[in-house]
Design a protein around this ligand. Structure first.
Ligand code: DAH
Length: 383
């Protein structure tokens, strides 16, 4: 009998990469076993080509192996089929059946391999819909800007407009016209950065009142938000730049009662509706009388004592005083009116000034003032 096995295996190439047909065809094992039962020679050859197709890296490599097996001119299976006339009827029947099964099996592996290649190409370019999406980064106003805007909203509602004045300010506006006597110790509280002997970085936002009053006639109802500077040693609760907002109301018969009502409205809006407040006297050169407004300490709820796992002690926030200072205020000093050309017999006014960092730290329980300037998004994104 002709060398069927030789013809069928002649074109197998040991250079082909070998793959695993059973990974491509679920019924590979049954089909190759069925083929083996018909013809071990054909099964051996078919497996060789199937392994070559399974191992192919691309369509061209698949085609090479397929052609070696099935090409109409010189494929191994085609040549084996051409042996037919020289075989006995029985041999012809067995070989014909084997070649048909083997050819179908190789074609099935080829089809599955081509589909697998297509799929892996798609996978490489495809969106993985199971990956969680990446949120776009969305910025937000700085926490100090949020508090400032909330205060501006509140004071707009009370009829105040915004007035902004320079951060680099004349010494006379920062001090002299605000009734600081040249050698008065009140200046000690303002550790001033001097640009030259007549120019300073403003130590508070109060100089804004002087500029507004020099520019405009009463009545005035203004707030003065902005950045201020002091030559302070920096630590967890002090920085050499921070933010304030002053307010000023000048008109006829503006009284201390108006001041108290305004400050209480502020405290209820910014702290809580029923927060106890108190006003105590304190000296500022530009107001008379001068006051400080305190709100009840939120940490100890006005008890002065603080309890946690480690026991009871003096409240660390108010230091046992039960109150936290929130702002300075008072009735505008007659000397300030004189300095801007207003007649203190004609007009009266109140003013107040608050620190935005202090309010923000109290509200959010922030204990480190430097975080406001560090631009660390882990901090900023919490607000
Ligand atoms: N300017 C003062 C400071 O920075 C705060 C202040 C006190 C402002 C009393 C006022 C006021 O408007 O009336 O220490």
């Amino acid at each position: 009998m002709a060398d069927v096995r030789g013809i069928l295996t002649r074109r197998l190439d040991s250079a082909w990469k070998r793959g695993e047909p059973s990974a491509l065809l679920a019924d590979w094992a049954e089909r190759i076993a069925a083929l083996r039962a018909v013809s071990a020679d054909v099964a051996e050859a078919a497996e060789g080509y199937a392994v070559g197709i399974a191992g192919a890296d691309d369509a061209a490599a698949i085609q090479t192996v397929r052609n070696a097996a099935l090409s109409r001119e010189n494929g191994a299976f085609t040549e084996a089929l051409a042996l037919g006339p020289s075989l006995s009827v029985d041999e012809k029947r067995v070989l014909g059946k084997g070649l048909n099964l083997g050819k179908a099996l190789i074609e099935a592996v080829e089809k599955a391999k081509r589909e697998a290649l297509e799929r892996s190409k798609e996978d490489a370019n495809a969106l993985d819909v199971t990956l969680p999406g990446r949120r776009p980064f969305v910025g937000r106003p700085h926490v100090l800007a949020q508090v400032r805007d909330e205060l501006l909203d509140l004071f707009h509602g009370l009829g105040f407009s915004v007035y902004t004045s320079p951060e680099v300010e004349l010494d006379t506006y920062n001090f002299g016209k605000l009734n600081f006597a040249p050698d008065h110790p009140a200046r000690d509280a303002h550790d001033t950065y001097f640009v030259n002997p007549d120019v300073v970085l403003r130590t508070h936002t109060s100089p804004g009142w002087v500029r507004a009053m020099e520019e405009r006639k009463p009545p005035l109802r203004l707030v003065f938000p902005g950045r201020v500077y002091r030559a302070e040693a920096v630590d967890a609760s002090h920085m050499d730049q921070f933010h304030q907002m002053d307010g000023l109301y000048v008109g006829k018969n503006v009284s201390m009662a108006d001041l108290k009502a305004t400050l209480n409205t502020f405290a209820r809006a910014i702290y809580r509706r029923d927060v106890p407040t108190r006003i105590i006297p304190i000296y500022f050169p530009f107001v008379e009388p001068g006051v400080q407004m305190d709100v009840q300490c939120a940490t100890c709820k006005g008890t002065g004592r603080y309890k946690d796992e480690s026991g009871e002690r003096r409240c660390p926030v108010c230091k046992g005083t039960k109150w936290v200072e929130v702002l300075g205020a008072g009735m505008v000093h007659p000397n300030v009116f004189r300095a801007v050309g207003y007649d203190p017999e004609e007009v009266t006014g109140f003013a107040f000034g608050m620190g935005l960092e202090r309010i923000t730290m109290g509200r959010h329980g922030i204990h480190e003032i430097r975080q406001f300037l560090e631009n660390d998004t882990r901090f900023l994104s919490q607000f």
